[in-house]
Design a protein around this ligand. Structure first.
Ligand code: TTP
Ligand code: MG
Length: 370
């Protein structure tokens, strides 16, 4: 009868300690990505377009300059994809419907979707107009059920479908959300890395672009599994310390990065490509004034002011120059930004026609009370 038996204490506490360690390590991260987002929003408000090849991009005129922002799944069957010139898309599928980009509407729908995600968890990382990470570790429900609930709410509120990936980290969650598009739910655990990650081509690994893919190909590495077989030293030799280490860990499905729930914008900019290269000073000046006004209104909406205004001019031969002007204090007024942009404009030599003009404000500071 001399107090608690240390063995019983051991039996009681050790499993608790282990359990809390597992809970801490095993995060449940969800990645949501809307399906053919811009096209789906258009099909929602124009139901007659459902099931048709639909291309969203530029001004919506496929005979003009501009690139494809997105294509409906029906249009993708013709080989049309994002970033392709609209004219090429038109050649591939002349019967497709072409529509202009309506950012205002897509941003509105995006805000509704992000609001729904926030109802499920406040730990959300907004990564783009149609995607976000959500930490759902604390929700005591099977992950598939959480994903189904989110998809149901998004469908009810917007009429749109999304694909969801769930995994112990952001890297695997993002790869999972791609695996069963459209309208899919994919759960990946650490046990799945060997069978589901390693057979994939290296390009499917987040952070591997076309250049790295080529480098790896030349080393005889085609799949993520082959990449995972390379020793750390040889990756560091080939790709440098930081990217080499990233590839080593990513190929093993390791990613400890936290969700970034708050970010500060670094710059605000707008640019425009003319349908036909211009030399008319009036047009150039009016464009700079319009872009300055748009940048200023974006800054005010976000509650920021900026110190440095720069103007970018791309000439008809693609030669591109930038001129910058730093203000005495951060500003968000259209008038101040326009005046600084015009000072920049005066410092260019206009010997060739102009293809593109951009206005950018950097050195942003939060304007309190906005
Ligand atoms: P994505 O999620 O890459 O594409 P998506 O939603 O159209 O299709 P998926 O079903 O494969 O996810 O991009 C989201 C939106 O961002 C897309 O609808 C349009 C826009 N976008 C561009 O404007 N330019 C681009 O190059 C890409 C890739 C996307
Ligand atoms: Mg998408």
């Amino acid at each position: 009868m001399g107090g608690a038996n240390p063995l019983i204490l051991y039996g009681l506490f050790v499993p608790l300690v282990i359990k809390s360690a597992i809970i801490r390590i095993m995060r449940r991260i969800l990645h949501m990505d809307m399906d053919a987002f811009f096209a789906a929003v258009e099909q929602k408000r124009h139901p007659e377009l459902i099931g048709k090849p639909l291309v969203i991009g530029g001004t919506g005129d496929p005979t003009e300059r501009g690139v494809v922002s997105t294509a409906s799944y029906e249009a993708r069957k013709f080989g049309i994809h994002s970033a392709m010139p609209l004219r090429t898309a038109f050649k591939l599928c002349p019967e497709a419907v072409f529509l202009p980009v309506d950012y205002r509407e897509y941003s509105r729908v995006s805000a509704v979707i992000k609001g729904i995600l926030m109802e499920f968890s406040h730990v959300m990382q907004d990564v783009g107009i149609d995607e976000a990470f959500l930490d759902v570790s604390h929700i005591e429900k099977p992950v598939e059920e959480i994903a189904r609930d989110i998809k149901r709410r998004i469908l009810e509120e917007t009429g749109l479908t999304c694909s969801i990936g769930i995994a112990p980290n952001k890297l695997l969650a993002k790869m999972a959300s791609e695996m069963q598009k459209p309208d899919g739910i994919t759960v990946i655990t650490e046990k799945d890395i060997e069978i589901r990650l390693w057979p994939l081509p290296v390009r499917k690994l987040i952070g591997v672009g076309p250049k790295t893919e080529e480098r790896l190909k030349s080393m005889g590495i085609m799949t993520i599994g082959e990449l995972a077989a390379l020793p750390l030293e040889s990756l560091i030799d080939s790709f440098g310390n930081s990217y080499g280490r990233y590839l080593y860990e990513a190929a093993r499905g390791i990613d400890e990065s936290p969700l970034v729930t708050h970010w500060e914008p670094k710059s605000s900019s707008r640019e425009t490509t003319f349908q036909k290269d211009v030399s008319d000073w009036q047009v150039i000046a009016r464009t700079v004034a319009d872009l300055s006004r748009e940048v200023a209104s974006g800054l005010r909406r976000a509650g920021y002011g900026g110190r440095t205004v720069s103007v970018k001019i791309r000439f008809s031969d693609f030669e591109t120059h930038t001129r910058a002007r730093t203000l005495d204090a951060a500003a968000d007024s259209a008038e101040t930004i326009r005046r600084a942009a015009f000072e920049c404009l005066k410092r260019f030599e206009f010997k060739k026609k102009v293809r593109l003009i951009g206005v950018r404000v950097t050195g942003l500071e939060k304007f309190e009370g906005c």
